[in-house]
Design a protein around this ligand. Structure first.
Ligand SMILES: *Cc1c(COP(=O)(O)O)cnc(C)c1O
Length: 373
C-alpha cells in the first residue's frame, strides 16, 4: 500500500488562469488595442506540477517559456508545436544545435552568447530576445551596453544567423507600480527606435500594473497560472485575482494521540499541550516537500475543518490539533494546501516563504494524479 499522501494537479485550472490573465489585460487595454500574447512560464517542471501533465492546460497560451533545454525538448516531444522561449538562452555552443532542431527561441543576456552564435553559425536563423538589465542586476546587458549588443545582433542577422530580435527585461519588484513605471522608462530609453517585440511582465506586473502590461507585445506569467498569488506580502490573494489552484496536496490521518496537559508533541517537544489535547498524525513530512520550518499554528484542513499544525514537522509525518474537529479519526481526509479553502499561499506565509517555493518543492516520492475535469 502506498502512503496516503498524494498531489492532484488540475490542467483545467491552468487554462482557466490563462483566461484570467487575458481578461485582466483586456479590461485594462485601450479600446480596440490588440492584446499582448502570453508566454506561459513552465520552468521548474511547470512549477512542480509536471510539464506533460499540465500541457493540455498550458496549450491555451500562445507560447511556452522555461530555462532548461531538456524541458523545452519535452514540450516538443509532447506535441507542442507553438513558440518556445528559453529564458536564460543557451549555455554552451553545443546547445545551438538543439535550439535549431527544436525551433526554440532564446533570450540573449550576455555578449558570450552572441559570440557563440558567431562562431557556431546556425544554419537556420535563430529568433532571439535581447535582455536589458533594468536594475535587478541578475541577467541582461546594462543600458549603456544595449545599443552595442543590438548592433551586433543586427550584424549577425545580416549574415543570416539571426531571425527576429525582440527586447526583454524582468522586474525586480513587479508588484510595485512605481517600480514598474520607473523600469519602463529605462526600458523605453534603451530600446527607443529599435523595432522588435517587447516582453516584460511577470505575474506580479500583469496584475499590479495591468494597463502597462496591456501595452506590451508578450507577457510572461508564471506563478499565477498555477493559482498562487504573485504578491510577496500576500496583499492580494489568488482567489481575489480570480485564480484557481492547480495543485491540491492531500493525505489522511494515520494515527491519533491523546496528549495529557504538559505532554509534548514531536521532536524536541516544540509543542506542549496546556490541557488534554487530541492530536492527529498526518502522513506528510519535509521529505515530501512540506516546509520543515512551518511552525505550530500553520493552517491544515482535517475532515473539512480548518485546524493547525502542532510541533515540529518530521521527515515523514506532521501533527495536527484535533480539538476543533471532534469527528476526525484515523483515515479522515487531510488537505495540506490547494483545496477546501486553504491556499498554498497561506501555508507559505505561515512558514515564512512564498507559494512558489512550496509548489516547486514537492518531492518525487509524492504520487501525482491528474484531475480529468
Ligand atoms: C520566472 C520568470 C517569469 C515568471 O514569473 P512569475 O513571478 O512566476 O510570474 C517571467 N520572466 C522571467 C524571466 C522569469 O524568470
Amino acid at each position: 500500500m502506498p502512503r496516503p499522501l498524494h498531489a492532484t494537479v488540475f490542467p483545467s485550472a491552468l487554462a482557466h488562469n490563462v483566461a484570467t490573465v487575458r481578461r485582466c489585460l483586456a479590461q485594462a487595454a485601450e479600446p480596440g488595442a490588440s492584446l499582448p500574447r502570453v508566454w506561459a512560464v513552465i520552468k521548474a517542471n511547470a512549477y512542480g506540477h509536471g510539464i506533460e501533465r499540465m500541457l493540455p492546460g498550458a496549450s491555451s497560451a500562445d507560447g511556452l517559456a522555461m530555462l532548461d533545454l531538456e524541458e523545452a525538448v519535452r514540450c516538443r516531444e509532447a506535441g507542442w508545436a507553438g513558440p518556445v522561449m528559453l529564458l536564460e538562452g543557451f549555455f554552451e555552443p553545443a546547445d545551438l544545435a538543439v535550439l535549431e532542431r527544436y525551433r526554440l527561441c532564446a533570450v540573449v543576456h550576455d555578449a558570450s552568447q552572441l559570440d557563440m552564435i558567431r562562431s557556431i553559425r546556425p544554419r537556420q536563423p535563430l529568433d532571439i530576445y535581447l535582455k536589458l538589465n533594468t536594475g535587478m542586476n541578475r541577467l541582461g546587458f546594462a543600458p549603456g551596453r544595449y545599443r552595442a549588443a543590438y548592433d551586433e545582433a543586427l550584424a549577425l542577422r545580416a549574415q543570416g544567423l539571426l531571425g527576429s530580435i525582440g527586447h526583454a527585461t524582468h522586474f525586480a519588484s513587479g508588484d510595485s507600480p512605481e517600480h514598474v513605471t520607473h523600469v519602463a522608462g529605462i526600458f523605453d530609453r534603451a530600446t527607443l527606435d529599435m523595432p522588435g517585440a517587447r516582453s516584460l511582465c511577470n505575474s506580479a506586473a500583469i496584475f499590479g500594473s495591468p494597463a502597462f502590461a496591456a501595452r506590451t507585445d508578450w507577457v510572461r506569467p508564471g506563478i499565477c497560472l498555477y493559482g498562487a498569488t504573485p504578491f510577496d506580502d500576500g496583499a492580494v490573494s489568488a482567489q481575489a485575482l480570480g485564480l484557481r489552484p492547480a495543485m491540491a496536496l492531500r493525505s489522511t490521518l494515520i494515527a491519533e494521540q491523546h496528549v495529557q496537559a504538559g505532554g509534548g508533541v514531536g521532536y524536541g517537544a516544540r509543542f506542549v499541550a496546556d490541557r488534554p489535547t487530541r492530536v492527529g498524525i498526518v502522513a506528510c513530512g519535509y521529505a515530501d516537500g512540506y516546509p520543515r520550518h512551518a511552525p505550530t499554528g500553520t493552517p491544515v484542513v482535517v475532515h473539512g475543518v480548518r485546524t493547525r499544525l502542532v510541533g515540529r514537522v518530521s521527515m515523514d509525518m506532521l501533527a495536527v490539533d484535533l480539538q476543533p474537529v471532534p469527528e476526525a479519526q484515523v483515515g479522515s481526509p487531510v488537505t495540506l494546501w490547494g483545496a477546501d479553502g486553504l491556499s498554498v499561499d497561506e501555508v507559505a506565509a505561515a512558514a515564512g516563504t512564498i507559494g512558489y517555493e512550496l509548489l516547486t518543492a514537492v518531492t518525487a516520492r509524492v504520487p501525482m494524479r491528474t484531475a480529468q475535469d
